[in-house]
Design a binder for this molecule. Structure first.
Ligand code: CTP
Length: 398
């Protein structure tokens, strides 16, 4: 995450979800951000400023005319210091004030005075959220380039089910990273990433698949997003949550992934195939469940699936992966040339802490000139950024 040394102004308003802002403040602080919390008076009734002061290690601004904070004297100082302003939770009342440009408290002043991007995470009663007045206010903010995340569907404070819950903290952090990365080195580029292991049906309950977790592909999608790219993530089933600010295309089989990739690469600058695509699928999938009593010996006849990287058409940079258990460099080079790739990322899936399912990966990156770069064992997110460094270099050369 590119939050190190960034100043995040976190506005907290008076919603029952205010306690969740403590978790957000903690996540941002741990990621290296300087978190300046501004609370409305109503927010301070739900959660105390002391909580935020202890989490962020910084004083908390609650009122415009208090003297305890370095920022309260100069009411626009926070607005100028901010790299990003995030309001989580944002009540209907605060959203209405932002839409009207009302600056009768420190948070309103800060938002009105800042040139930094603003992320708004609404949380409120479903009827308040669905009220056309609130919807109009949100539309107005969107039109002014505010980034709105959520709300999520679920149980609300009133006991009702509906839209209005503060969205996942992960999603809010993702939206912050996305707006911070807007002017990154992939700004204006469209990148298609694939992830996960495809599932080839045997019958309605069984399938052939592999152990891919999707972690490498999701890390690539997030890293590309944080560098300003418009990202499409074509994902086979994965337990990971959808990254915020990334266009998701969910697929099951290799054939579906092939079709989705072919569609997504129109106007793409690069395709990064991190998915573990099944090479074979059953020739026929049974329409009903295969019964143990009826079949004593089951022989599955398999056929090849399309080679997506090898067959997909278009003019874009192609990056493939080569998961190998032996002769890593030689096998990876062979794939690079056979599939006409611009880069291949080879990983030895038998090495400790590397490859399928792990949070870390040890890879080699090989280019068309057969130049091999060996990376140490790194978190997948760092591997993703090292791969994207190469992608940026090649896109500049194009
Ligand atoms: N790939 C693909 N379509 C397939 C199989 C693989 O697009 N049907 C992609 C993978 O996403 C990866 C690269 O091709 O980026 C290499 O995948 P890998 O399975 O290692 O290569 P294969 O060509 O299937 O060779 P093998 O399994 O024999 O090693």
């Amino acid at each position: 995450m590119k939050l190190t040394n960034k100043t995040v102004v976190l506005g907290v308003t008076g919603s029952i979800a205010a306690y969740k802002a403590a978790d957000l403040a903690s996540r941002l602080t741990q990621a290296g951000a300087r978190v300046e919390v501004v609370m409305t008076e109503a927010a301070a009734r739900f959660i105390t400023p002391i909580t935020f002061r202890n989490i962020t290690g910084r004083s908390v601004v609650t009122e415009m005319f208090e003297l305890a904070s370095e920022f309260s004297v100069e009411h626009v100082a926070l607005a100028e210091a901010a790299d990003v302003v995030v309001i989580a939770p944002a009540t209907a009342n605060m959203i209405a004030k932002l839409a009207a440009g009302i600056a009768d408290d420190m948070l309103g002043c800060t938002v009105l005075a800042t040139k930094a991007p603003v992320v708004v995470a609404p949380a409120m009663n479903v009827n308040m959220y669905e009220n056309p007045i609130t919807q109009d206010n949100l539309a107005k903010l969107r039109a002014r380039d505010f980034s709105i995340v959520g709300p999520a569907y679920g149980r609300l404070a009133s006991g009702e089910m509906g839209l209005g819950r503060l969205t996942d903290i992960d999603e809010i952090v993702g939206a912050i990273c996305q707006v911070l990365g807007r002017s990154g080195d992939l700004a204006g580029k469209r990148i298609v990433v694939t992830a996960g292991g495809t599932q080839e049906p045997v019958d309605p309950v069984r399938c052939l698949t592999n152990r891919s977790s999707g972690k490498m592909g999701y890390a690539l999608a997030e890293a590309a997003r944080d560098r300003g790219a418009q990202v499409v993530l074509v994902s086979a089933p994965s337990a990971l949550s959808n990254p915020a600010g990334v266009e998701m295309v969910d697929v099951g089989t290799a054939q579906q992934m092939y079709e989705a990739v072919q569609k997504a690469v129109a106007k793409a600058d690069a395709l990064i195939m991190a998915a573990a695509v099944a090479d074979y699928r059953p020739v026929r999938a049974s329409e009903s469940k295969i019964k143990r009593q009826q079949v004593s010996e089951l022989i599955l006849e398999l056929e090849r699936t399309p080679d997506i990287l090898g067959q997909v058409k278009g003019d874009f940079l192609r990056v493939g992966f080569a998961a190998e258990s032996e002769n890593l460099v030689a096998n990876a080079k062979e794939k690079l040339h056979k599939k006409k790739l611009d880069l291949v990322v080879g990983n030895d899936i038998t090495a400790a802490g590397s490859g399928i399912g792990a949070d870390t990966n040890q890879v080699v990156i090989i280019n068309r000139e057969d130049k091999v770069e060996k990376l140490p064992l790194l978190p997948k997110r760092e591997v993703a950024d090292r791969i994207l460094d190469k992608v940026v270099e090649l896109l500049h050369r194009k």
